[in-house]
Design a binder for this molecule. Structure first.
Ligand code: GLN
Length: 319
């Protein structure tokens, strides 16, 4: 595919920024105290291309907790090291159609009933917790090092745990503990429960900014090689598999509506981040903390949709 001109990209992110700046719909995530306190006026957009160009506007350098966007990088690490069959059979790749932290989804998907594995897919909490239980390492710290090293390679610089977020989440993650125990009861958790929930919680608690998200997404767009550092982070097959799961389940229970409207694989997090990937071309990262009812950034979705329309990058369009 043809590369989009720098002038066109800069113009379109400026338009998207101005157009949605006044939108104040939605609310910060309230169930994690740290996120409830974030300044909900913050708004930043970044685009990174597969030839390493970086475009930004607004609060694109403002750090925020990665939250569920991290699920795609941990998935990439496990897929890359353990292969697609392991993810298909141990975690599953079908949409649950239910909220990201649904316990009901675990029950409904249960393969005792002939369905998919109970964890659903790697981009809902159950599947991400099960994926975290497959991360390699002898100790919790070794596993964590693996997770943060992979994420850092995607971003092209060292990412760090935000201790305040981590503590805030550890004190309020009873629901995720329950999911992990339920998975264990069905023999679909592959490491110790409390260690796995701790690892999953750390994975949600490192900071990124919109430029990081766009760079990390552009690494997927570029077949697993970071377009700014040229580091081969994962192979192209892994990258394509992660994008497929993002298209299926990246925006929780509204993933279908997202794909219908935007036509791009995406991933959101309750910290207000969202990333969308145009395979072979570029990625868009947006930060805006106010969320819709499903947990997706309101302005993030609007901005990505506007940019994707303007650049004509819907993957299903014939030209
Ligand atoms: N840490 C959050 C949780 O586990 C992440 C969820 C999200 O971003 N959707 O509930």
């Amino acid at each position: 595919p043809q590369l989009v001109s720098s002038a066109a990209i800069q113009k379109v992110i400026e338009e998207a920024y101005e157009k949605y700046k006044p939108v104040m719909d939605g609310k910060n995530a309230s169930y994690i105290p740290y996120l409830a306190k974030a300044d909900s006026k913050l708004y930043g957009i970044a685009v990174v291309t597969v030839d390493g160009r970086v475009f930004r506007i607004g609060d694109a350098g403002h750090p925020f907790p990665v939250e569920s966007v991290s699920k795609i990088f941990t998935l990439a690490d496990v897929l890359h090291k353990q292969g697609a069959e392991s993810i298909l059979h141990k975690i599953g790749v079908n949409a649950t159609g239910l909220p990201f932290n649904s316990v009901l989804a675990v029950e409904l998907n249960n393969d005792r009933l002939g369905g998919s594995p109970p964890s659903g897919n790697p981009l809902v909490n159950a599947g991400a917790i099960a994926t975290a239980s497959l991360v390699e390492g002898k100790t919790l710290d070794a596993k964590w090092q693996n997770v943060i090293d992979t994420a850092s390679a995607f971003a092209g610089h060292t990412l760090r745990l935000n201790d305040n977020v981590y503590r805030s989440e550890m004190a309020s993650n009873q629901h995720n503990q329950a999911i992990a125990m339920l998975l264990q009861s069905y023999d679909h958790l592959y490491a110790d429960v409390s260690e796995t929930v701790d690892l999953y919680t750390r994975e949600c608690s490192y900071d990124v900014d919109a430029v990081d998200l766009a760079t990390m997404g552009a690494t997927f767009a570029n077949g697993g090689t970071n377009p700014r550092t040229h580091h081969v982070v994962v192979d192209a097959a892994t990258s394509a598999h992660v994008l497929a799961v993002m298209a299926t389940a990246g925006l929780y229970n509204t993933s279908g509506e997202w794909l219908f409207k935007v036509g791009l694989p995406g991933k959101s997090g309750v910290g207000g981040g969202i990333v969308a990937v145009v395979p072979g071309r570029l990625a868009i990262g947006v930060y805006s903390p106010r969320l819709d009812a499903a947990g997706n950034s309101v302005r993030g979705q609007l901005a990505v949709q506007f940019i994707a329309d303007a650049l004509g990058v819907n993957i299903f369009a014939s030209e």
